[in-house]
Design a protein around this ligand. Structure first.
Ligand SMILES: O=C(O)C(=O)C[C@]1(C(=O)O)C=C[C@@H](O)C=C1
Length: 294
């Protein structure tokens, strides 16, 4: 199986891939769109990209791509703990408190906002396409007194020194990564890591700006006792005020309940698209340490 992921080596996405697919050789792509284009073009069989972070919310580029640009099913998800560390080139360890710029993925920078505000007020930060990209840049520029925010694996991979560990602002920091396919590939629930039940993700577009429309949508799920784990609105990109909803249901797509809810929504003139029904996995810090041999 060919697998694509948001790289380069040692991103958090890479950690998720190593935990879920330890025996596969994976191809890294520099950006989320490149990774998703690759799976759509069948350059790879599956792609793994970040979708949602517990502190920062959705990774909008992933969500928008899934809903506007490509038509591929989600076939699995994995939730992994996220620990952010500040790291510098070993040559700059003595002057790390005076770094002139901090590089990382925008989500990682946002996860460390309080830390950066307190310890590095006035020091500019610059977004990179991933945390590992930032670590690689810092390694390649020892002459610059700059730092990266990234994980342990990146520090090891790019030979950087961690000068401050666990700088994310809230202890519960987790990210959900989704797996997509273009060739009907399926993921079994027995992957040797903790299986956390099935989920079904649907995209719902309301018919028009009508009072109570969202209430009617939610009641189609609620009276069937379908538990929702997430509901989020995103712009349709067709005009101000035009939104659709992404809804995660904590159940497998069955023959009765979810199709019944979808039929009810369609009768209300909603547009409904199932983005996937898939097994969900969760890993903890110990599993990460064992799987990626940290
Ligand atoms: O940059 C990485 O290491 C990624 O895998 C991307 C990403 C994200 O897009 O949210 C994944 C997990 C963390 O929340 C920070 C960054």
């Amino acid at each position: 199986m060919r697998l694509g992921f948001l790289g380069p080596k040692a991103t958090f996405t890479d950690i998720a891939v190593r935990a879920l697919f330890p025996d596969e050789t994976a191809i890294s792509y520099s950006t989320i769109p490149e990774c998703l284009d690759a799976v759509e073009a069948k350059e790879v069989d599956i792609a793994v990209v970040p979708l949602e972070n517990a502190l920062e919310g959705s990774v909008n580029i992933t969500l928008d791509y899934l809903t506007h640009e490509i038509n591929l099913p989600i076939i699995g998800e994995i939730t992994a703990p996220i620990r952010q560390h500040l790291m510098v080139h070993p040559q700059n360890v003595d002057r790390w408190k005076k770094v002139e710029k901090i590089y990382s993925h925008s989500h990682a920078i946002a996860q460390c906002h309080k830390f950066l505000h307190k310890q590095f007020r006035g020091v500019p930060s610059e977004n990179t396409t991933s945390t590992a990209r930032a670590a690689k840049y810092v390694f390649e520029h020892p002459q610059l007194n700059v730092a990266a925010i990234a994980n342990n694996l990146a520090a090891r991979e790019y030979g950087l020194t961690i000068v401050q560990s666990d700088i994310h602002d809230f202890h519960y920091n987790h990210t959900r990564f989704v797996i997509l396919t273009s060739n009907g590939h399926e993921i079994n629930q027995n992957q040797g890591i903790k299986f956390n039940g099935y989920k079904t993700t649907v995209m719902v577009q309301l018919p028009d700006d009508r009072s109570g429309a969202l209430h009617q949508v939610l009641s189609a799920f609620s009276w069937r006792k379908l538990n929702l784990t997430k509901i989020e609105s995103r712009p349709m990109k067709t005009g101000l005020g035009n939104y659709f909803f992404i809804i995660d249901i904590a159940s497998k797509l069955d023959d009765v309940l979810i199709p019944g809810a979808i039929a009810e929504l369609e009768a209300l003139k909603c547009n409904v698209k199932v983005l996937g029904s898939y097994p969900s996995f969760i890993i903890d810090a110990t599993t990460v340490a064992n799987k990626v041999k940290l």
